[in-house]
Design a protein. Structure first.
Length: 253
């Protein structure tokens, strides 16, 4: 199964799209601070997307999300609609963004602690979740099964004794925001769908300091997904291109 046949021009457009997304994130990390509302940040992100000549994919008819970016705070995992909530020092906040450029899409996410260097359990949550993302990417040595990626992610999260969000998965991306195949954050080597050079996927481990159960629509907005037990969550994601001998991260500078 391919994640959609793409021309060289389309792959190059994804490279450019990914660089724009990474640049917005680099600037966002410097911009965000305690005292801002999620809606203020959303408006800033939307302005940056337009400034770079890209489009906020979430606000297109393909998705119909009400805002430009998902901002998930503390026990919220993903898909959270920005609100008037005022960020506080020490909040654990995940940002998830998809943009479209020259008709192609890239998807990336990261988690940060507001106005302080992470320490203790927050540092552990963020470091292990991000490390699991890169373990999944490092598992790609050329053609690869989705189970190979999932097994690598799962091992890091299990070793770190974090809860693995199994009900939410990575996916193909490029021509559309969500394309086959699913890329779970768990699995067995040599199983699943065989990915081939030219495929583009989003790998996105989500983990918690507690259990693995989720609750949907927790904010009554039809979107927000949170941890059932109220534990803190983290989310890291890159769009990657499968190459003949490895993987190219498209959403990094």
């Amino acid at each position: 199964m391919q994640t959609g046949l793409k021309t060289e021009a389309q792959i190059q457009a994804m490279r450019e799209c990914g660089k724009i997304l990474a640049t917005i994130y680099d600037d966002l990390k410097k911009y965000v601070r305690a005292g801002m509302t999620e809606l203020e940040i959303d408006a800033w992100v939307e302005g940056e997307i337009k400034r770079h000549g890209a489009e906020a994919t979430y606000k297109t008819s393909e998705v119909n999300f009400p805002n430009a970016i998902c901002i998930s705070t503390n026990d919220e995992i993903v898909h959270s609609v920005p609100t008037e909530y005022v960020l506080e020092k020490g909040d654990v906040v995940s940002f998830d963004l998809v943009i479209t450029y020259k008709g192609m899409k890239t998807d990336s996410a990261f988690t940060m602690v507001i106005d302080e260097q992470p320490t203790g359990i927050k540092k552990h949550l963020l470091n292990v979740t991000e490390r699991s993302l890169y373990a999944g990417i490092d598992a790609i040595k050329g053609p690869v099964y989705t189970g190979d990626i999932g097994a690598a992610v799962e091992k890091v999260l299990n070793d770190g004794k974090l809860g693995i969000i199994r009900d939410l998965v990575g996916h193909g991306v490029g021509l559309e925001m969500h394309m086959p195949p699913d890329v779970p954050n768990y699995g067995r080597k040599g199983t699943g769908v065989l990915l081939k050079p030219g495929d583009t996927i989003a790998i996105e481990p989500m983990a918690t300091l507690g259990g693995e159960k989720i609750v949907t629509d927790t904010a009554g907005d039809g979107w927000t997904i949170s941890t059932r037990d109220g534990s803190l969550a983290a989310h890291f994601e890159h769009t990657v291109l499968i190459t003949k001998d490895g993987a190219e991260i498209l959403t990094s500078l």
